[in-house]
Write a protein that binds this ligand. Structure first.
Ligand code: NAP
Length: 481
């Protein structure tokens, strides 16, 4: 891996300000080439408990610092992340596969949470309440929840970490974070930069390891961990919720999606196709907010399908480090198998293949950008997120029909809607049972907007002015005078 600063490539865990080699290692591979790029420390429950010990001690001191002081360290961290954006993007693409331009975008997006929450730290304030009794004075204090556990996925190896750690440490908490097994290097590089920024030892601990269930259980069982924050599959989210019941932890869960994208016949067709391409094919379709089910009104269905298939055929597939590549590999064989299964199931039940549909000639886990039409609700793809580059087009006749199909899902994370009719825009946005509705655009994420889902897509909101509340407790103080 060619880096301007090779010392950013850390392969040991980061616990209490020390780089911990552990007793075993596990291999991290480049999904574009299959090459082993690093052997990383494989920690188990004993080391995780040591990390919790460190976080508990560090949090006491960290929470006593002024918000301004915490913000200044975070701001330094932000500056270092941006100054090293090029290297961070190379590390990210090499371990995860997304095109370098997307990786650079993720570094800036990830950094924006550090910058944003450094500012938010200084705006946490309690209240003085009007009292119903003349001999009492009533106040609320907002205090850090304490030590939190965090578990993050591979598809945004930087942003999913900063979206949790930045609000947490801004609030005066400390954490023990386990990154995904496929993408520990981005997490460790972030820790290296946090250390250089002056973040005190023990405030952010990164435990890498292969035994995710044991690490998760250790975090959930420990009473000193007062909150779990998780991004990943709904299935694992449910496990963590169950395991956290014993110690009644506060939970933030960013789970699976099955995003609908609705195109009405009054939409601007070019805008809708561009938006669908951005939403569908970003990160090779491996994001929780990628459009999974594209519903198109009957009058414009054929025109939309034709234009989308043309744009899809033009996508450049390859190693994300190669200039001009727009779609990298799928993360692993399991991910590839699920995509193949969904496409086969759809074709077997009558879908029509406009382009793609099979593993790419490049081999490995590359998959052809695909467009399917004549999709129906009895197909697997309708119920489960595909997490791959498959645009699946369903037909609808009227607004009521479109809303009913879109809402017919256990998930409720993001939905998209394309229309030039202002009344419809409000009607449909209000009717969709999703935490996020993007109108006439395929991209909506930023540090300013609250990110989170309804139904089985999760609990809580990340980013925005609301994100820091997830790491604060409200204490009521009643003073007799
Ligand atoms: P995953 O299997 O749930 O893994 C996510 C994280 O959980 C990884 O760090 C994984 O560790 C860990 N993990 C796995 N089993 C565990 C267990 N029993 N106890 C504790 N931790 C455990 O999800 P994924 O397949 O990597 O990610 C894709 C999913 O994430 C999709 O469903 C996607 O929609 C969702 N996602 C949601 C959002 C959102 O904001 N809502 C954002 C991104 C992704 P290992 O890597 O070691 O297995």
């Amino acid at each position: 891996m060619r880096l301007n600063d090779p010392s950013l490539l850390r392969v040991d865990s980061y616990v209490d300000g020390n780089w911990l080699a552990g007793k075993r290692r596990f291999a991290v591979t480049n999904p574009a080439t299959g090459e082993v790029i690093a052997n990383v420390a494989d920690l188990g429950p004993a080391e995780v408990t040591a990390a919790i010990d460190a976080a508990v001690t560090a949090q006491r001191e960290w929470s006593k610092r002024t918000a301004k002081d915490r913000a200044m360290i975070m701001r330094m961290w932000y500056d270092l992340v941006m100054a090293n954006a090029e290297d961070l993007a190379v590390i990210l693409t090499t371990e995860m596969g997304k095109p370098l331009a997307e990786a650079k975008g993720e570094v800036a997006y990830g950094a924006s949470f550090i910058d944003w929450f450094a500012e938010e730290a200084r705006r946490v304030c309690g209240d003085v309440l009007e009292t119903p009794q003349a001999d009492k004075r009533l106040l609320t204090l907002k205090q850090p929840i304490g030590v939190f556990g965090a578990i993050t996925p591979w598809n945004f190896p930087i942003a999913m970490i900063t979206r949790k750690v930045a609000p947490g440490i801004a609030a005066g908490c400390a954490c023990v974070l386990k990154p995904a097994e496929q993408t520990p290097l981005s997490a460790l590089a972030l820790a290296e930069l946090a250390e250089r920024a002056g973040l005190p030892s023990g405030v952010m601990n990164i435990v890498t390891g292969m035994n995710a269930p044991a690490i998760g259980q250790t975090l959930c069982d420990d009473n000193r961990i007062r909150k779990m924050t998780f991004t990943g599959s709904t299935e694992v989210g449910r496990i963590l919720m169950r395991q956290s019941a014993g110690s009644v932890k506060k939970m933030s869960l960013e789970l699976g999606g099955n995003a609908p994208l609705l195109v009405f016949d009054d939409a601007d067709l070019d805008k809708a196709v561009t938006g669908a391409m951005m939403s569908k094919f970003r990160n090779a379709g491996q994001t929780c907010v990628c459009a999974n089910r594209i519903f198109v009104q009957d009058k414009i269905y054929d025109a939309f399908a034709k234009q989308l298939a043309e744009a899809t055929k033009a996508l450049q597939v390859g190693n994300g480090l190669t200039e001009g590549v727009e779609q990298g590999p799928i993360i692993d064989n399991q991910g590839l198998a699920k995509i193949e299964r969904h496409v086969e199931d759809a074709i077997g039940k009558g879908a029509n293949l406009l382009t793609g549909g099979k593993p790419h000639a490049l081999g490995g886990t590359f998959f052809e950008p695909t467009v399917l039409t004549e999709m129906t609700s009895d197909m697997q793809l309708f119920r489960e997120e595909t997490f791959g580059p498959v645009a699946a087009l369903f037909k609808f006749s009227d607004e009521e029909d479109a809303i009913a199909m879109a809402n017919d899902s256990e998930f409720g994370l993001a939905a998209y809607l394309f229309t030039e009719n202002a009344a419809r825009l409000f009607r449909v946005s209000e009717a969709l049972e999703f935490g996020i509705v993007a109108v006439n655009t395929g991209i909506f994420s930023s540090e300013v907007g609250p990110f989170g889902g309804l139904k089985n897509s999760g609990l809580g909101r990340e980013g925005s002015k609301y994100g820091i509340d997830e790491f604060l407790e409200i204490k009521f103080v009643c003073v007799g005078i």
